[in-house]
Design a protein around this ligand. Structure first.
Ligand SMILES: [Zn+2]
Length: 362
């Protein structure tokens, strides 16, 4: 479909422009439609020194399918604009009472969709990936402090992680699938397919970055059983993220045989999502007690704030060892709690009732 306002033509000089104009005139005669000259513009993409005069409005940049193209910096212009859009979207959710799960869903729903199209034209480069990750991770944590390692964030909930989407990974998969499909059907823009498939040696400087993005990403995950044309984006994401973030969280001080129970109990539906967030932070040892955040600017001391308590405020201390905690547990026992309260109970939700192991309270 070639409507007059979204034809894009690539020409080299005035002669070629004359030929185009002649064809358009014929089209106007035949159809009765008329080309709006005021909406027609040209951008010079070649070396500025070789620029030739053309009888057409000359612009520094133009918009094609919502993306900006210019002689320089198309990548940066488009990605900076996107970054601002993402920041604006995320700011709408600030100061709302959201949980990790909801914030992760917001990214999947409102952020990812903004980036998919741009990614197919300009796949994100390392510096963009870094900024994007920082932005999204800060949003999920609700603070600029990295609350837990990113691996824990991207690990699936089945493995005890938070199951957040690694957005740059998803974007690069999308880009590589588009290229792989183009190569497969010998699309015109592919050119020589060897250009995309060749192993890259020392001449990397002469290779366009998006070609390297493709071949490097394919090579990096080459050991995995992926069919880049036939497998769905979702399936490929699953395979790669499982390779990168698979397996259980290594719970400190918990016997491996209890890992499954721990994960089940942390994510039990019997608990409100906000409580689950706290339980998750406890399980991976990242609840913001003083001994955990001591390197941040938030506190200057590790010491427990409870009157007369001189111990360091670790998570174990807060939940189990502090006189205040002991007092609370004793009172709960008085009103009928019949489970033994120990480190496994408070840290990982592992309950033992009369020497028997139960999978949760239910
Ligand atoms: Zn204390």
């Amino acid at each position: 479909m070639a409507y007059a306002d979204d034809i894009v033509l690539i020409i080299n000089n005035q002669d070629e422009l004359d030929i185009v104009n002649e064809h358009l005139k014929n089209y106007e005669k035949a159809s009765g439609a008329k080309l709006n000259q005021h909406k027609t513009e040209a951008v010079w993409f070649g070396n500025p020194n070789n620029k030739v005069p053309l009888a057409i409005k000359d612009q520094a940049k133009t918009t094609i399918l919502g993306l900006e193209f210019s002689h320089t910096c198309s990548y940066n212009d488009n990605w900076s604009a996107k970054e601002r859009e993402v920041i604006e979207e995320l700011s709408k959710w600030e100061n709302k009472n959201t949980t990790y799960k909801l914030r992760i869903l917001i990214i999947k729903t409102f952020v990812l969709s903004k980036l998919m199209f741009l990614t197919n034209i300009f796949p994100p480069q390392a510096h963009t990936i870094k900024r994007l990750n920082k932005l999204l991770v800060n949003f999920i944590w609700g603070t600029t402090r990295e609350v837990a390692k990113r691996e824990l964030l991207f690990k699936s909930r089945k493995g005890g992680g938070l199951g957040a989407m690694d957005v740059p990974l998803k974007l690069l998969i999308t880009f590589c699938k588009t290229i792989a499909a183009g190569v497969q059907r010998n699309a015109v823009w592919v050119g020589h397919r060897s250009r995309w498939e060749k192993k890259k040696g020392r001449a990397r400087n002469n290779i366009p970055y998006y070609v390297l993005a493709y071949s490097d990403f394919r090579a990096k995950h080459g050991h995995l059983p992926i069919n880049w044309v036939a497998d769905s984006n979702k399936k490929i994401y699953k395979i790669i993220s499982n390779d990168l973030y698979g397996g259980y969280v290594l719970y400190k001080g918990l016997q491996a045989e209890h890992y499954g129970t721990c994960v089940r109990n942390i994510f039990t539906r019997d608990m409100a999502e906000s409580k689950r967030d706290i339980m998750w932070l406890v399980s991976v040892g990242r609840l913001a007690v003083r001994a955990v955040v001591k390197w941040s600017c938030f506190v200057k001391t590790k010491c427990c704030p409870v009157d007369g308590c001189q111990q360091d405020e670790t998570i174990d201390h807060l939940l189990l060892e502090c006189p205040r905690a002991r007092d609370v547990w004793a009172r709960i026992k008085d009103i009928g709690l019949d489970v033994e309260v120990n480190r496994n109970t408070v840290m990982f939700g592992i309950f033992v009732v009369e020497d028997q192991m139960y999978a949760g309270l239910a």
